[in-house]
Design a protein around this ligand. Sequence first.
Ligand code: UDP
Length: 246
Amino acid sequence: MLSNQKIYEGKAKILYTTNDPEILLTYFKDDATAFNAQKKGKIIGKGKINCTISSYIFQILKANNIPTHFIDCPQSDQMRVRRVKILPIEVIVRNIAAGSLCRQTGLTEGTILKFPLVEYCYKNDDLQDPLLTRDRLLLLELATPEQLDQIRTLTLKINDLLTNLFNQCQITLVDFKIEFGLDKDENLILADEISPDSCRLWDLSQADPNQRVMDKDRFRRDLGNVENAYQQVLERILAHQGSNTP
Ligand code: UDP
């Protein structure tokens, strides 16, 4: 499978071509980075865990009419996806205040937001992924107004579906980042991954602000037990899958 040509290596994934020009193979790595790659490490087993979690989530979204690049998961750390051109926008949705929202607005971590906040960052490492306004985004022609409207509508629907899914796993979906791409016919499609690397996930049964963390913040903030937390998210997702398979 991996004998095909490597076309891109990112911080957490490698992309390979396949025999079909419209299909790519994504290999999920154990490598972890934070703070614009200033902090580097490995989370053992992360590649398989994130690929398995992402695959299940993409299947749920697909079943709910969200177009995704997911095709299948031939091995636990490999995902076949439709080839898309990724838009250089990180779409962030927040249900509860955390991270940069607290740093930039003074809101206290854990504040429940009155409505889901949809934000856009410029996917640009040199500029350190700055927050964009709608007008800046349009000025830079990162998306058209129509694409932006479609992104917002899809994103809010994804937030509803994911909030519900994680709730059933006794996990609070605090916030998450998603990316969209365009296929060869310029259709907007959800791409990249949705995993504990790209979501803030808090254990519903834990009130302690450190103990409840089940996502990459354990790595960012040196909280320890990173592998265990990722594994725990996987186990709850697999239990959900098991109880929802006819
Ligand atoms: N996020 C991500 N990749 C990024 C930036 C953010 O996956 O390059 C996710 C992050 O894991 C969190 C959400 O987006 O779930 C919001 O992140 P925030 O802006 O609070 O960033 P941080 O506090 O990590 O700087």
